[in-house]
Design a protein. Structure first.
Length: 168
């Protein structure tokens, strides 16, 4: 059985055979990873939408994750023909990794947020996407309340604790 929350917040229960359940669980985890190596579960637009904070924080649009956005990816996908044509799912699968499209984004994220997208992608390739997501879920867990830390704001979106594990 799998529980899904739709955009209105209602939960639907679906009973599936075990193989289908495992596939759906993998897809749900994959949805939390951008093509370029960012963990969507710590991203500001994703967390604001998930927690219903858009209006309170002065934003109009949130994000359901880079996989849901598909071609609307603001960074890598619109510039990379291999991702756009679905020849690869993640940048680490490309023989040009790390490419000239990814490197400037990695530099920006290292400078502004202490996150290396290239190192994230290398780690995903090493241990697999599912295990990497599990690591990220623990990494971005608030030490104070167990809530979710936003990498962009250095803040727990559950209790307001200011903390970014990348800047320790």
């Amino acid at each position: 059985m799998i529980r899904f929350a739709n955009s209105s917040g209602s939960i639907r229960l679906i009973i599936l055979p075990k193989k289908s359940w495992q596939w759906c669980a993998r897809m749900e985890l994959k949805r939390l990873v951008s093509h370029c190596g960012l963990y969507c579960g710590a991203c500001r637009p994703y967390l604001m939408l998930k927690k219903g904070l858009l209006e309170r924080r002065g934003y109009k649009v949130g994000c359901k994750g880079c996989w849901v956005q598909n071609k609307n990816c603001a960074f890598i996908m619109k510039k990379c023909p291999r991702l756009r044509k679905k020849k690869i799912d993640f940048c680490f699968e490309c023989d040009r990794f790390p490419c000239d499209i990814l490197k400037p984004l990695d530099t920006r994220y290292r400078k502004n947020y202490g996150v290396s997208l290239i190192k994230n992608l290398e780690r995903m390739r090493e241990i697999g996407v599912e295990k990497w997501v599990e690591e990220q879920q623990q990494f971005y867990k608030c030490r104070k309340c167990g809530g979710e830390i936003c990498v962009h704001d250095d803040e727990c979106f559950d209790c307001g604790n200011h903390y970014n594990p990348n800047k320790i």
